[in-house]
Write a protein that binds this ligand. Structure first.
Ligand code: SAM
Ligand code: SF4
Length: 343
């Protein structure tokens, strides 16, 4: 990938959608594969994309760099599990040139944490400052159940390694009814003891996972009410560029974020688009409309076609979505899994 080192971004023109929103945040699902099978995310027998359909890491670099040229300031790598994609650390090392040049403000990842013991030091070295780590329980047997086979101790040592490397961590916890409601307070205390933020996420109806979604749903407003029975929550203006609304917990001094795709619309301030590992750009997490960027990427060596295709895609970014768990026929709102589009 050495030839890419010479391609840094000279100037950027921001992408603005028809509703006046500047789109400067790109989430990239670098693989649809994962070493876990969380019950709300994947079915047990997932069929993954044939490897030949994936963009190469060189192509991903070119595509993401085109976004940086178009004013993207923050990129989050996700998946599937981003750290199981072969060569991903080389990609991050090479791509970090945009951090060094100042064209990109932040390169970050959402990870399940299983590979962090191995990679935390390198991530810090390449300029990653923050990570979101997904963790729904602190109990080994429950962790095995929700991930279908995961080993909690691996994630725990990964988190320790990341903290030691100086990375800031936010724990993402998906609230699942009958599974982890009783762990919300212990999880919050554990996070705040370690100086980590906690974000609570409602389950979203993405993809068929072989279970009735209505059985899994807890609203974050119920969680907030539950926390308020024992804690004082103060609204704070803290923002990380994502859709979470944050409160400060006065007793612990830590922060809790709430992401409420099901009960509140966070579309008015949406600044992001999502790219899959095959080069499909989804302009909205909750809609099926998408743009193929792989064809323009492969059609010529220059980036002109690609830039035009990105601009055209942004001109189609919808005003908002309307997630709904369909109570009559229990169908997911969109057919693709979270692991395709990236969380
Ligand atoms: N494998 C990485 C991880 O688990 O952090 C990154 C990809 S994962 C799809 C990103 C986030 O999406 C995770 O925090 C996960 O808990 C969340 N997620 C997956 N399916 C979801 C669903 N149906 N509803 C809400 N969140 C979901
Ligand atoms: Fe894998 Fe993340 Fe989905 Fe769990 S939530 S199955 S770790 S992609």
């Amino acid at each position: 990938m050495d030839h890419l080192l010479s391609k840094t971004v000279a100037q950027s023109t921001p992408l603005v959608d028809p509703f006046g929103r500047t789109v400067d945040y790109l989430r990239v699902s670098v693989t649809d594969r994962c070493d876990l099978r969380c019950v709300y995310c994947m079915s047990e027998a997932m069929t993954f994309l044939p490897r030949k359909d994936l963009l190469t890491l060189e192509e991903l670099d070119r595509l993401c760099s085109a976004f940086v040229e178009k004013g993207t300031k923050r990129i989050r790598l996700t998946g599937g599990e981003p750290l199981v994609r072969r060569g991903i650390m080389d990609f991050i090392k090479t791509f970090s040139r945009h951090l060094k040049s100042g064209a990109l403000d932040e390169l970050t990842l959402t990870t399940n944490g299983t590979q962090l013991s191995k990679y935390a030091d390198q991530l810090a070295e390449y300029g990653v400052r923050r990570l979101n780590v997904s963790l729904d329980t602190l109990q080994a047997n429950r962790f095995k159940d929700v991930t279908r086979w995961g080993d909690l101790s691996k994630v725990m040592s990964g988190i320790e390694a990341a903290l030691k490397a100086g990375l800031k961590i936010k724990i993402n916890m998906v609230a699942v009814k009958g599974f982890n409601e009783d762990e919300i307070i212990p999880m919050m205390k554990w996070c705040h003891d370690k100086g980590m933020d906690l974000t609570m996420i409602e389950t979203m109806p993405l993809g068929d996972v072989g279970q009735d979604r209505n059985d899994q749903f807890i609203s974050v407003s119920d969680i907030s009410k539950m926390l308020q029975q024992d804690y004082t929550l103060s609204d704070i203006p803290y923002k990380t560029g994502g859709p979470a609304r944050y409160v400060k917990v006065e007793e612990t001094g830590g922060r809790v974020g709430f992401i409420t795709p099901m009960t509140h619309n966070f579309c008015e301030s949406c600044n992001r688009v999502r790219l899959t590992c095959t080069g499909t750009l989804y302009m909205c997490l909750g809609k099926d409309d998408a743009a193929d960027l792989r064809a323009p990427l492969r059609s010529s060596e220059g980036d002109e076609q690609l830039h035009l295709a990105i601009e055209e895609a942004i001109s189609r970014k919808p005003k908002g979505h309307d997630f709904l768990i369909d109570r009559d026929n229990k169908n997911p709102a969109v057919k693709r899994h979270m692991s395709t589009t990236g969380g």
